[in-house]
Write a protein that binds this ligand. Structure first.
Ligand code: APR
Length: 312
């Protein structure tokens, strides 16, 4: 009999806890939470078990401080790390989260080397690269969650602007998960019709600026911690595409071997996720303006990566 799917959540804070709840609602598999904070993962697992009973979900939950709990997981979602505080950029988290990623990657390498790993910790593109390098897993099995979230934010703002359902909007946000991310206007449609037929360019410029700052907008309002419902929902969409072999085309931070002219770097591009992990990186033809903005975003990732890669 096939074993039940096992989803390991490394980091049981705001995002990890929310992913755990959503995974149970969708009954994607059993969930184990791991967190260094004594009692946190166990406490959340207990609470979530009770929520599963209330929801009529068959998902079983467990929590631990020990990485051995992730043994043979099918999917590992990494949210371990510190979150931003008001006034901080994602890049400000670099040194703290890189140290944390070191132990996370060792844990994955030892206990779940066959898993599909989704990194959520920031600065995202760097943490995904760091996790892949240190765990030694194939790049196809380590991916970063950013573009799904940034695209969801873009779709949400466009939906409000046009008075249509976000589900009728298709959008992709590429590049790094930072201030230089690139909402791809040329690929943004409302049920197939170009978005520029609905919204004037100047207004689209303002919406795209808001997308780039949406994470900071949430941080400023929350005053402690950063966004967690939307990152959780986004990471789960990626996990689901892997587990169900849905082959969804999603914007994710993936390892580039020459695609888009970028070598040996993680950056946000459209990928197809199926049961082999990243099954294909889709190369879109960018306009010259988009290509320039993409290259600028890549330069920024490269600079950050050069700072930490020596420590790998
Ligand atoms: N192993 C496991 N868990 C760890 C480790 C570690 N080595 N180090 C820290 N943690 C845990 C913390 O104890 C904390 O519970 O990671 C958890 C992070 O949770 P939150 O502080 O609530 O942060 P969250 O909002 O979930 O964001 C996590 O995702 O989007 C990014 O920028 C965000 O880097 C941040 C990460």
């Amino acid at each position: 009999m096939k074993q039940k799917i096992k989803i390991a959540l490394i980091g049981a804070g705001n995002i990890g806890g929310t992913i755990a709840l959503l995974a149970g609602v969708k009954e994607l598999g059993d969930v184990v939470l791991v967190d260094v904070a004594e009692g946190l993962a166990k406490g959340k697992a207990l609470d979530l078990s009770h929520a599963a009973a209330a929801l009529g979900s068959s998902t079983a939950y467990a929590g631990s401080t020990d990485y051995s709990a992730i043994q043979d997981a099918d999917v590992c979602i990494v949210t371990a790390g510190v979150a931003r505080r008001p006034g901080m950029s994602r890049d400000d988290l670099l040194s703290t989260n890189a140290e944390i990623m070191r132990s996370v990657a060792q844990g994955i390498k030892h206990y779940a080397p066959a898993s599909f790993v989704i990194v959520v910790s920031n600065p995202l593109d760097i943490m995904a690269a760091f996790c892949q390098r240190l765990s030694g897993l194939p790049p196809e099995k380590v991916i970063g969650m950013a573009g799904v979230l940034d695209s969801a934010r873009y779709r949400s703002f466009l939906a409000d602007e046009c008075g249509v359902s976000p589900s009728s909007i298709q959008a992709l946000v590429l590049g790094g998960h930072g201030d230089e991310m690139l909402p791809l206007r040329s690929c943004t449609t409302i049920n197939g019709a170009p978005v520029s037929l609905f919204i004037a360019d100047a207004r689209l410029d303002a919406i795209e600026t808001r997308v780039r700052n949406a994470g900071a907008e949430v941080v400023a309002l929350l005053r402690s911690g950063s966004a967690y419902y939307s990152p959780a929902a986004s990471a789960l969409e990626m996990a689901e595409s892997y587990l169900k072999d849905s082959k969804k085309l999603l914007a994710c931070s993936a390892f580039l071997r020459g695609e888009y002219g970028v070598h040996n770097l993680y950056a946000g591009v459209p990928v197809i996720i199926g049961n082999a992990g990243v099954e294909r990186i889709v190369e879109l033809k960018l306009t010259s303006e988009e290509q320039a903005a993409f290259s600028q975003s890549i330069r920024h990732i490269k600079e950050l990566w050069e700072k930490v890669s020596l420590a790998c």
